[in-house]
Write a protein that binds this ligand. Structure first.
Ligand code: NOJ
Length: 560
């Protein structure tokens, strides 16, 4: 087995991952929809290979939201051809060019791998639904509704209502964790599994550096199709959240499926598998996906950290939980934003300590880039982009959610998916097609909030991210060091250390106005070098002050 020993630092432990929602990042052909050519043209912004660059962000890997051929009911999370690129995104030769040019700049490429389900337009599903005895009849989860029941069992769709849809052609129901157009694959079927392994090899052979595995904790369902027990006192039977997901999620076989994918990727050199341990999973479920021998996911992601309130006590509790629950030899990961949830500056806008959104953005950036683990940034986060909450109904694109007819459907996720704000030209520089309508409307604030402006403004959020990323790259303690808090229960500020044998970095984040710099664990306050601060000049050597300035963020270093 050619797996990276986790005691050495792999690229995905040291590096910073940046998620690109391809449909709205950069439109290279002017048709209003983001594509691979657009990303190729913007690679220098992400990382131009020059550590002292004045304009580049300096990230190490990009995770592309799905780019395969798809009818786009769930905007690519419904794949109709796994080994091709969707026409709107470009071609396989564009993809090869992207990989080559990204690698040339030291940027790794991570693909979204959507293998819990296919689109109902995928040839596998078309064949499977055509009869009960075709060669792919068992590749999906087909059932009759027994004993006069309306549906085969009570499993729900995460997008609302029953998880079962009737196929008149096959005269049976198929199960879908998500939209009715996203039938779940039957992972118990060896031929289906082998076909998916071939797809994984196809992309690994093409040079991708890893996968973000979509919905990776709901691959396997109970072969006996038993009903899920309802939660105590829950009444709405059409609500996914009202069930204990004993039989449609986190099954032991799910671990086996992932273990096999890990073994496959380990046949290649240092490739990465990130898994979305599903949105409502708890950390203690999620960490089991590291595997008992670190032989499953490299990085399981879970939503407890982003869903924490913007409050130092809660955030520290989430970090402490992760520090305690991450198994020996495994590595944590954190994110704040992605394409499924509102952006953090929109989520946290109403909290009591949130006075200045620039201050929150810089504090959030500091947290993400200085706690122990791999940070996953979401495009536009580095600018301080917020959700577009004024998208007219006829412009919404999140059809997978909108067209679910029954039950409590989640709200559309379009607000956090609007075009990247590059400059103040029409369409924010996202698309040069003057007549083309951008895939989603650009946020009105783009005239002020855009990359060109932000690069020119010394104290912009973007320049703060850029500096922080450089500081992190130059500090072994920030990338690898142990994490240790200096406050037992923080109310208004966080203070923690990242430590190696030879270097200590002290990180201080003030969530409030001027206040005493109180610590529960005493430290020597003399002679700290300022690495980056909203108050002190970089490079200065200072004694720590008795008070913290309002919303101060500071990183100080000591070398032994
Ligand atoms: C999780 C993805 O992040 C989300 O966007 C998608 O709708 C579902 N999985 C279904 O693929």
């Amino acid at each position: 087995m050619n797996s990276i020993s986790i005691t050495e630092q792999a690229w995905w432990q040291e590096g910073i991952i940046y998620q690109i929602y391809v449909l709205t990042y950069a439109d290279g052909n002017g048709d209003g929809t983001g594509d691979l050519r657009g990303i190729i043209e913007r690679l220098d912004y992400l990382n131009d290979g020059n550590p002292d660059s004045e304009t580049s962000l300096g990230i190490d890997a990009i995770w592309l939201s799905p780019i395969n051929s798809s009818p786009m009911v769930d905007n690519g999370y419904d794949v109709a051809d796994y080994t091709n690129i969707g026409e709107v995104f470009g071609s396989l030769s564009d993809f090869d060019e992207l990989v080559a040019k990204a690698h040339h700049r030291g940027i790794k490429i991570i693909l979204d791998l959507v293998i819990n389900h296919t689109s109902d337009q995928h040839p596998w599903f078309k064949e499977s639904s055509s009869s009960k005895d075709n060669p792919k009849a068992d590749w999906y989860l087909w059932q009759d509704a027994y004993e006069g029941r309306e549906f085969p069992n009570n499993w729900q769709s995460y997008f609302g209502g029953t998880g079962w849809t009737y196929s008149p052609e096959r005269e049976q129901f198929y199960f879908h964790t998500f939209n009715t157009s996203q039938p779940d694959i039957n992972w118990h079927n060896p031929d289906a599994k082998a076909a998916i392994h071939d797809i994984i090899r196809f992309w690994l052979d093409r040079g991708v550096d890893g996968f973000r595995m979509d919905a990776s904790s709901v691959y396997v369902q109970d072969p006996y199709f038993r009903d899920n027990p309802m939660k105590y006192e829950a009444s709405n039977k059409n609500d996914y959240n009202n069930y204990h997901h004993l039989y449609d999620k986190d099954l032991p076989e799910n671990h086996q499926v992932i273990k096999e994918i890990r073994a496959l990727t380990d046949e290649y050199d240092d490739r990465l598998i990130i898994g979305e341990t599903f949105i409502d999973s708890r950390l203690y479920d999620s960490v089991t996906y590291y595997g008992t021998q670190n032989d499953e996911l490299h990085l399981p992601i879970t939503f407890e950290f982003p869903f924490s309130p913007w409050s130092p006590g809660y955030l520290q509790r989430e970090i402490e939980k992760k520090e305690k629950l991450t198994p020996e030899g495994a590595w944590p990961t954190y994110f704040l934003d992605n394409h499924d949830i509102p952006r953090h500056l929109s989520r946290w806008i109403d909290c009591s300590l949130c006075v200045d959104s620039d201050a929150i953005a810089k504090a959030a950036a500091t947290l993400m880039l200085t706690i122990r683990g791999t940070p996953i940034l979401y495009y536009g986060q580095e600018l301080g982009m917020v959700d577009n909450i004024n998208i007219p109904a006829d412009k919404l694109q999140d059809r997978a959610v909108i067209i679910s007819e029954t039950g409590d459907t989640p709200p559309p996720r379009d607000g956090a998916r609007t075009p990247m704000q590059w400059d103040d030209s029409p369409h924010a520089g996202f698309s040069f097609g003057q007549d083309a309508s951008p895939w989603l409307p650009v946020n009105d604030n783009y005239k002020q909030l855009n990359v060109v402006n932000a690069l020119q403004k010394t104290d912009s959020i973007l320049n703060f991210y850029r500096q922080l990323i450089r500081v992190r790259k130059q500090s072994t303690a920030l990338r690898r060091g142990k994490w240790r808090s200096l406050i037992h229960y923080p109310y208004e500020h966080l203070a923690y250390l990242r430590e190696t044998a030879t270097e200590t970095v002290l990180i201080v984040i003030n969530f409030a106005y001027e206040q005493p710099f109180a610590l529960d664990v005493p430290i020597n306050k003399e002679n700290w070098t300022v690495l980056l601060s909203t108050v002190y000049e970089t490079g200065k050597v200072i004694d720590l002050a008795d008070n913290l300035t309002a919303f101060e963020v500071s990183l100080f270093q000591k070398i032994r």
